[in-house]
Design a protein around this ligand. Structure first.
Ligand code: ZN
Length: 236
């Protein structure tokens, strides 16, 4: 049985990747990182998502293995970002948004590979994408290809990095969730995953929880609206 380690944040994208890997038959382990982020909302969603998958999709539960939460506080201490401080979250035309955390995904991949090596796993899956992204350079296909080569050379074992959402828009990611897990998975993602940069879960919108105003919420809402309109606006 193929084995994969999913870098699982508790957001929509990594939850979709996790489900895809389980559905295709992988034996899956998950890893998440506490890196000094400005709120813990996403991390608090992780166990609820894992529990919900086990409860709602019992045929997949036997392949869903142990979860690991690793502490990487150095990223929060060293990387200047609005996601690791209380700085304003701003999109800046012509440059990267203040929500970019330099080195974050690179550090995640290195640490995930170290963990995977010990588990005898050589396939890493993560939910990065460049289609609808904020232009983060560590979410691109060239960055993933370079990291795959770097960890393979540096650890001395061939690794593969899968980024199944790389070319998908947010609307297509919702469509993918429906294709692999039906309405039940779409509802699980709506209810249990977290996207909002501010960690706001006080309001439940039709697209999920969030402040509704930050770039992450606006992207999630826009993708949801496009997804609904493509399916003729019909309810799930
Ligand atoms: Zn928000």
């Amino acid at each position: 049985m193929p084995k994969s380690l999913v870098i699982f944040s508790g957001g929509q994208d990594s939850t979709t990747c996790l489900f895809m890997a389980l559905k295709r038959g992988d034996e899956v382990r998950t890893i998440g990182f506490s890196y000094g982020q400005r709120h813990g909302a996403e991390l608090r969603c992780r166990q609820r998502i894992l529990n919900a998958i086990r409860a709602q999709f019992p045929d997949l539960a036997s392949r869903l293995g142990e979860d690991t939460l690793a502490e990487l506080p150095a990223i929060g201490a060293l990387a200047p970002s609005a996601l690791t401080s209380s700085a304003p979250i701003e999109e800046r035309p012509g440059s990267l948004p203040t929500s970019f955390v330099p080195g974050r995904n690179l550090a995640f991949i290195c640490h995930a590979a170290a963990h995977a090596y010990g588990l005898g796993i050589h396939n890493l899956i993560l939910g990065v994408g460049q289609a609808d992204s904020s232009g983060y350079p560590d979410c691109t296909a060239p960055a993933m290809a370079a990291m795959q080569e770097a960890i393979s050379l540096g650890i001395g074992t061939p690794f593969t990095i899968e980024a199944p959402l790389m070319s998908l828009s947010k609307a297509q990611t919702w469509e993918l969730a429906e294709a692999v897990g039906g309405a039940a998975l779409v509802r699980l993602i709506l209810e249990e995953t977290h996207t909002c940069y501010l960690g706001d879960r006080s309001a439940r919108h039709d697209w999920g929880y969030g402040c509704g105003a930050c770039p992450a919420c606006r992207l999630r809402e826009r993708g949801w609206r496009e997804y609904l309109s493509r399916r003729g606006g019909s309810p799930l």
